[in-house]
Design a binder for this molecule. Sequence first.
Ligand code: KIV
Ligand code: NA
Length: 264
Amino acid sequence: LKRVRTRHFQTAKEQGSKFTGLTSYDQLTAQIFDAAGIDFLLVGDSAGNNVLGYETTLPVTVDELIPLTRAVAGAVKRAFVVADMPFGSYETGALEALHTAVRFMKETGAHAVKLEGGVRSADQIRRIVDAGIPVMAHIGFTPQSEHGLGGHIIQGRGEGAEQLLADAHAVEDAGAFAVVMEMVPADIAKRVTAELRIPTIGVGAGPDVDGQLLVWTDWAGLTTGRIPRFVKQYADLRGILTDAATAFKADVQGGAFPTEEQSF
Ligand code: KIV
Ligand code: NA
């Protein structure tokens, strides 16, 4: 079982074979997704919404993500593990970004880091890559700048297409090994994918990208509230767990659990 490396994503693009990624924030899902052959696991700052109980990703800290990332990195045999750099851990400059990236690499066993922003984050990306740390870039809708962008709005539409292309080229030139594009029109994502040498990864970017990434709790039907239209739900874990909890309670109240079989 060969570990996935950055060159495998490049080869996949060149050969036209699509790769897959899911978020993961813990050992058990990391083991399951790894064994199922998912190519990369992102320990996203979406842990803020999905694990830590925040409304947005903005409050998430490096100290909160490090133990989650360590759990995921320690659980995989094949998958490539990406540590997400949270808001406030890289914006002030390349040196701050490098310090944060080094912390993730030293303290978690992740194989790469991800940070948000195109042109505006190019200096940070270059500095981290120069230190030998692979960087996955993230452009289009970038949740850490939700308030600056004015909400969960599709990026790269109309005149925004030029900005998206500039961002894509900036991260490639800065040395990113791949770029995530979140919530952009499919035709623009297709154009970026054709123009770039590095692989593109879509999160709500249509079919014409090199790889697809989803937030696992959305994908597995665990998330409450509104799930973005670009997500396809592959399971109903919320329903399964609700039924299990309801059955457990009824069994305990009705005397059906535990029986002799579960007793010493
Ligand atoms: O944190 C996250 O889950 C992400 C992906 C949605 C791209 O950054
Ligand atoms: Na993120």
